[in-house]
Design a protein around this ligand. Sequence first.
Ligand code: SF4
Length: 498
Amino acid sequence: MIPHQPDSLDDSQLPYNSVNDHENRPDKPEEACGVFGIYAPGEDVAKLTYFGLYALQHRGQESAGIATFEGEQVKLHKDMGLVSQVFNESTLQNLSGTIAVGHTRYSTTGSSRKVNAQPAVVETRLGSVALAHNGNLVNTVPLREELLNNNCNLVSSTDSEMIAFAIAEEINAGADWQEGCMRAFHRCQGAFSLVIGTSQGIMGVRDPNGIRPLVIGTLGENPVRYVLSSETCGLDIIGAQYLRDVQPGEMVWITEVGLTSFQWSQKSKTKLCIFEMIYFARPDSVMHNESLYTYRMRIGRRLAKESPANADLVIGVPDSGIPAAIGYSQASGIPYAEGLIKNRYVGRTFIQPTQSMRESGIRMKLNPLKDVLFGKRVIIVDDSIVRGTTSRKLVKALREAGALEVHMRISSPPVTHPCFYGIDTDTQDQLIAATTSVEDIAKLLEVDSLAYLTRQGMLWSTREDPESFCCACFTGDYPVSVPEQVKRSKLMLEKVSV
Ligand code: SF4
């Protein structure tokens, strides 16, 4: 059976125009995309991809799509909406084949329109290519000009379609699949984790810095079938076993003869997005041999050591602040309790009919438990503050529920710079920590104290080489240089010291 979402959706799942809608956009960085691919003759590849995308739904909720290959023939279904809204038993039945590529999207390049949904399918001399992309290119302007000068018929406004056309150009110039794709990747700069389907097999690719994750799994034993997914939770849901990560600068080519690896970039240097660890990826996904739940508890413990507070209770902001809150409680010895209950099936805040509902809009999403909070000094742990609007409402709601003191602890450093690699983090002038000191943010939020995790604490808790992470939204130190033209679109202020 295909699981169905209830008619009324979680607010965080509802699509909205992410490009301009500052009023209604969530006060959190938004993940950009989830990609999935499978090579499995004899299996129902469309349905397996559906379930993979279902597990990756948190990475993008605006549109979803699956392309399948049956011999030379490609079949495609994509539309706006959640995975469970875009597909049903009958659309999946029509997607027959031995190879499938799937995508779930949140728009960071190109607006929220059906034409921008993925996979992007482009014709080449060797047949169709279907491409699913997670990340953002930073050289879209020159690449687009180049492609248009070569008479490419770009139909969408996404950088993902540009990569597909760049591959088609190389193939049409005489290259085979591997060579053509690798040549095209050299024309791309920025963040790209790709799953590419052709009639012969699927490819998994990461940019030279491996900014966005991509893992390989195996399904069955004899013969072994291969699966590609943005996160391990996409493997778990279909019973696939985690094999390994696609390495930065690597391309894996999966065909009837098995898996072949090519290191297409010799200049690779890992810079995994640290926000994948802190917040974006699902807590049950595994990175660096442990679940992100475990990492997030560890940063909570570190936060307690760095920034203690005298209090009676530790609570977390559901869902993403919970593991760090539990860690904070463990290290501080202050009891953990659920102080906020998430209402999972509410509509968007703009439909609230009365002024008092609009003012207390946060309660549409999170309702404080009065008998837990009343008369208590409370430590509230969240994973990040972007604009601060939600945090302020939360603090007010906690006080109205009877909290005597509210101490806010954030399990990441202050976000001072926007992301150009596939995460929607607002323009710099919208980021509260870009313009305001921690002391002044505490005043604006009306908390008794506020502290962020230090960058050292965040990196130490990974137990990995600190140099192997992108931390640019905390430092402005971008691992792939961002052209001024692109920067100007989001960097509204002069460089801020951090
Ligand atoms: S700038 Fe921030 S959100 Fe973007 S990739 Fe780097 S760490 Fe991740």
